[in-house]
Design a protein around this ligand. Structure first.
Ligand SMILES: [Zn+2]
Length: 125
């Protein structure tokens, strides 16, 4: 339906990703889940599939820094907390953050969406 050829590996990964409630996974997490489900795929194939799912509009990528991305099965507009100690993201409803005074986009461009990642860490006493 998303215009992707349903290879056995893609179908198996889609089942792992979309079977339950909405969630955020890294490529490494999905790779570990695939291994425990006896789906034999390389990390490179996981990366490729995640990016193909993203390009097909099935996933949203949440980049928390240059080397770390999570893939969100909820593609609707919302924001995220990044829990630095646990290295995971949780949702912030779109309505909880008011974004004002966005600059005019560069000439000839539209703003597609605004992602806010709020980084949090446990209070140390
Ligand atoms: Zn999310």
């Amino acid at each position: 339906m998303a215009g992707l050829r349903p290879t056995r590996q893609r179908v198996a990964l889609a089942e792992l990703l979309f079977a339950g409630a909405h969630r955020h996974v890294s490529a490494e997490q999905l790779h570990a889940e695939a291994a425990s489900a006896r789906v034999n795929v390389s990390l490179a194939t996981i990366y490729n599939s995640l990016h193909q799912f993203r390009e097909a509009g099935l996933l949203r990528e949440v980049a928390v820094d240059a080397s770390r991305s999570y893939f969100d099965t909820d593609t609707s507009d919302h924001h995220h907390f990044y829990l630095e100690d646990e290295q995971r993201v949780i949702d912030i409803p779109a309505s909880s953050i008011v974004i004002q005074n966005l600059p005019e986009p560069p000439r000839g461009m539209n703003i597609t969406h605004v992602d806010v990642v709020v980084r949090v860490r446990k209070v140390r006493s």
